[in-house]
Design a protein around this ligand. Sequence first.
Ligand code: ZN
Ligand code: ZN
Length: 396
Amino acid sequence: MSEAIESAVVQELKHKTEDLIALRRDLHAHPELGYQEHRTAALIAERLRAAGLEVTEGVAGTGVVALLRGSARGKTVLVRADMDALPIVEESTQSYRSQNQGVMHACGHDGHVAIAILVAETLAAARAHVRGNVKFVFQPAEESIGGAEPMIQSGVLENPHVDLAVALHLWNELPVGTVGVRAGPIFAGADAFTITLTGRGGHGAMPHQAVDAIAIAGQVLVSIQTLVSREVSPFQPAVVTVGTIQGGTAFNIIAPIVQMQGTIRTFDQSVRDQLVERLTILTSGIAAGMRGQSELSVTMSCPAVVNDADVCEIIRQAAIATIGPENVGDMHPSTGADDMSYFLQHVPGCYFVVGSANPERGLGKPHHHPQFDIDESALWVGAAVLARSTLRLLSG
Ligand SMILES: [Zn+2]
Ligand SMILES: [Zn+2]
């Protein structure tokens, strides 16, 4: 019985492929930055209200929650889609290129929204056969690591209580027609940090009368490179990157202050804590040894995305049933970050990736590239695997 329903839903989604692509193109042409997803949110709300879901708008800003109540009591599965675009000038000649200058769907979130809408509509039409609830959560501001936590704080995991969570990311690191699933940590935890190094200004010709913050910054920058190479276990992946250094005003003035910004990426909380602690001690020690001072602040933090093994196995089997075992593989962990981690801190779930690259058609640019685009046949694969997975999670 349930297999028949699955097949019917997947077939129905196949029939709706054109609608799915058209919807993705409409969203692609109208990208909106984090917490400004007003048009996107209104479109989601209108379509899912029309499909008979219970829609709540304005959740944590521009978030939308659409609840599908099945015909019998059961579990509640949360399906999450992120909605935001990036501040990138799109380089594209496609008819569906961005009409919002300087803003671009360069990560695939347009596809995530389109997939979630079509899956919601299709499952709603099959409501008589759905046991339990599906809570579709459209989240703002993933790119700025912002939307998931406030949505949880505003109660999206309750009423009804969410038992399991699932989400997908279109993925240009895998060829179209494939799916990647992996248990355990798959996206890194991310911290952003700012180091402020303070010396004492003076004349560039008389450095002995001053404390040169640029010289301190040079030593700090070199020493930071030893944190991962000399202090973290080689069996624990970690990244420390300094992305900005700012200081100084003229060629003949000793800079009194330098600011450096960077990011730490880790898959294990204890490694993260170790790096933050060592970064603090190292920078303050170097600064003190050179007669200056340092201050480290961690300005943004997002935990690693950790998938549940049992849920991953259900998703893997659903993917195999949809596209065949030869097209379903292990996802390589990514040092990118994603705030899906907050949902998975509270409920077991799986964040999986759907291959969307087709280099032969010029569709293989990395995420966040100004020429990023996907092979749109990935949309049906994503929708079909997501719908089948959701049905299996409800019945399991
Ligand atoms: Zn992104
Ligand atoms: Zn993304």
